[in-house]
Design a protein around this ligand. Structure first.
Ligand SMILES: Nc1ncnc2c1ncn2[C@@H]1O[C@H](COP(=O)(O)OP(=O)(O)OP(=O)(O)O)[C@@H](O)[C@H]1O
Ligand SMILES: [Mg+2]
Length: 433
């Protein structure tokens, strides 16, 4: 079993013994010069480099030192598989070979942009729905090209998608065919044994989890999870690791899709399509990646409807209270993307960030009023004071009582807090960007 729990590709970690280090300036395969390390994953490390003569930038993916025989063979096979697929939404392979010490090396076009994982994290955990749909349509088109070439990717997830600009257009590129499977009878080594489970737990289709062979629609499932996450900021099964996997395998329906507070509403048909991609029965999923991409593209022309508006209601159990803290920061603090990124990171896992006004930020914690949440709020305020100096703080505890929570209750509270901070209130649909 070669399976990971979550979708995390480590960024440069200089002190590990697994990574096969390529030194800046080192010449590999006689024709590439290494610049610097970009990232390190489960099976290999990726370096930026350039061609020796024409100085064109390239990405060099080298396998780890401790890769097993099978991993080594898979690594070498990734180049052959990638060479079969020529598509705008799939990374291009340029070359491959062996280093002097026997390590396999894959040379690709250098994709200069963030992974979809990095993009989601930088932007409060979710993306505006049209952007999420457009990017995932790109992923589907790339995967459709792979399927036409007889390749199943088997590990689609946000960290295996890189988003680049081509002119003014954002283009999603599928990468990492390291555990992909080619269905041809010739030229490829059979590297999957029956019952072997490969991939990343949270994104894996139920049939993959039970050890059945992956099919084209297993990739569609993984794209369904990716799109669900891009839209809502959450995974369809929220339990940790095996618990979520069991729920999936047992056919438990995914958590209902709620647009995050502050997000523009999307058409109900979009939620229906995502849930269809997540159907536990592979035969009930959209029949092909292109078919789902076409349907999603059609959604882009639609607007939100009443059903989606209902789905937007915040689901907070009756009787739960919420602690809302707002802080007025020095003027201009929120004008830089880096500063917003810092705030999102600071609050991650503890509270939901809100923009309360032009220079004011808020944080919302469920189960407010308990001693624990009060001390979390104190810690948040301390962290903000450390960074921004003297700041004005306003706090409010909202009791859910018997009534259903709505986004309205939260934006009303944001408005009240803005008043107490003496800052202009937020515009209605902009509470969390
Ligand atoms: N062609 C490329 N251009 C630029 N960056 C790339 C390229 N290919 C990969 N990367 C970066 O390197 C990371 C790891 O690459 P990849 O996913 O192919 O390796 P991996 O070892 O299989 O990783 P993991 O096991 O974490 O999925 C990617 O998430 C991406 O950030
Ligand atoms: Mg990867």
């Amino acid at each position: 079993m070669d399976v990971r729990d979550s979708d995390a590709t480590q960024e440069q970690h200089g002190d590990d013994v697994r990574t096969r280090w390529l030194e800046p300036g080192q010449i590999v395969l006689d024709r590439y010069i290494v610049d610097k390390q970009v990232s390190s994953g489960a099976h290999g490390a990726v370096f930026r480099g350039h061609t020796r003569v024409t100085l064109r930038p390239v990405a060099l993916k080298v396998e780890h030192r401790d890769n097993s025989e099978t991993d080594h063979a898979r690594f070498a096979q990734e180049a052959l598989i990638l060479a079969k697929i020529v598509d705008r939404n799939v990374v291009k392979v340029l070359d491959a070979g062996m280093l002097e010490d026997g390590g396999a090396l894959l040379v690709m076009e250098l994709l200069e942009g963030p992974t979809l994982r990095a993009m989601i994290e930088r932007r409060c955990g979710w993306l505006p729905w049209r952007e999420a749909v457009r990017l995932n349509v790109g992923v589907l088109r790339g995967v459709a090209a792979a399927h036409r070439a007889g390749v199943i990717h088997r590990d689609i997830k946000p960290s295996n998608v890189v988003v680049v600009y081509e002119g003014s257009e954002q283009v999603a590129k599928v990468i990492d065919f390291g555990v992909a499977k080619h269905d041809s009878d010739s030229g490829f080594v059979a590297l999957t044994v029956a019952g072997e489970v490969l991939g990343t737990l949270n994104y894996m289709a139920p049939e993959q989890l039970t050890g059945d062979p992956a099919q084209n629609v297993s990739d569609i499932y993984a794209i369904g999870v990716t799109l669900y996450e891009c839209l809502t900021g959450a995974l369809p099964y929220s339990g940790k690791g095996m618990r979520a996997a069991m729920a999936k395998v047992c056919g438990t329906p995914p958590a209902p899709m709620h647009p995050p507070v502050g997000a523009e509403l999307w058409p109900a048909r979009l939620s229906a399509l995502v849930l269809q991609a997540l159907h536990p029965d592979p035969t009930q999923r959209p029949p092909s990646a292109d078919a789902l991409a076409d349907e999603l593209e059609a959604c882009l022309g639609e607007s939100a409807d009443v059903d989606a508006a209902r789905a937007r209601e915040l689901v907070i159990p009756k009787g739960t209270s919420v602690e809302f803290v707002a802080m007025a920061l020095p003027a201009g603090s929120l004008s830089s993307a880096a500063e917003l990124e810092f705030i999102v990171h600071l609050l991650r896992g503890t509270a939901r960030p809100f923009i309360v006004g032009p220079d004011a930020v808020g944080a919302l914690l469920l189960r407010g009023g308990t001693g624990e949440s009060a001390s979390v709020v104190d810690a948040i305020v301390r962290a903000f004071r450390q960074r921004y100096g003297e700041i004005v703080v306003a706090r409010e505890r909202l009791e859910a009582g018997d009534s259903q929570w709505s986004e309205r209750s939260v934006s009303d509270a944001a408005g009240r807090l803005a008043k107490r901070l003496s800052v202009p209130p937020p515009p209605p649909a902009q509470t969390s960007r």
